[in-house]
Design a protein around this ligand. Structure first.
Ligand SMILES: [Zn+2]
Length: 139
């Protein structure tokens, strides 16, 4: 489909900081200085103990597939030329879980437990999105 614009994304607060770090090709999560909880998505208060002593940490981007699904119908016209595409729920090595897509793979070859690594797709000068690829494969 031609002429389909990227939908405007205007993240705010902690989400804006997460997207700013994606522009620098970093997956950011937090650790609580008081109870050592691992926190994602970014917040202002620890969901474990209520502390506001949270520190930003940078993930290695490596993890394994916890679950996945293959989309055969595009949820947005922008994605029409991508179907089928696979969404993965990834357990990052640091102990948090994130969802993103795993583009360019045969959906039949995807399995729970496969090792994946983050890569960063610079959509335009404002937006970078997180995607995954299987460990050792080029995106
Ligand atoms: Zn805490």
């Amino acid at each position: 489909m031609t002429g389909t614009a990227v939908p405007p994304i205007t993240p705010r607060g902690e989400e804006a900081r997460y997207y700013e770090r994606l522009r620098a090709h970093e997956v950011t999560y937090q650790g609580c200085a008081d109870c050592d909880s691992v926190i994602f998505p970014l917040r202002t208060v620890c969901p474990g103990c209520g502390s506001e002593s949270l520190e930003d940490r940078v993930s290695s981007g490596r993890g394994s597939i916890h679950s996945f699904t293959t989309q055969h119908r595009a949820g947005h016209p922008l994605l029409a030329d991508r179907v089928p595409y696979t969404l993965v729920l990834v357990d990052l090595d640091e102990g948090f879980r994130v969802m993103a897509d795993l583009p360019g793979v045969d959906p039949e070859s995807v399995a729970v437990g496969q090792s994946v690594e983050a890569w960063f797709d610079d959509i335009d000068e404002r937006l970078t999105v997180l995607r995954f690829r299987r460990a050792g494969e080029d995106s």
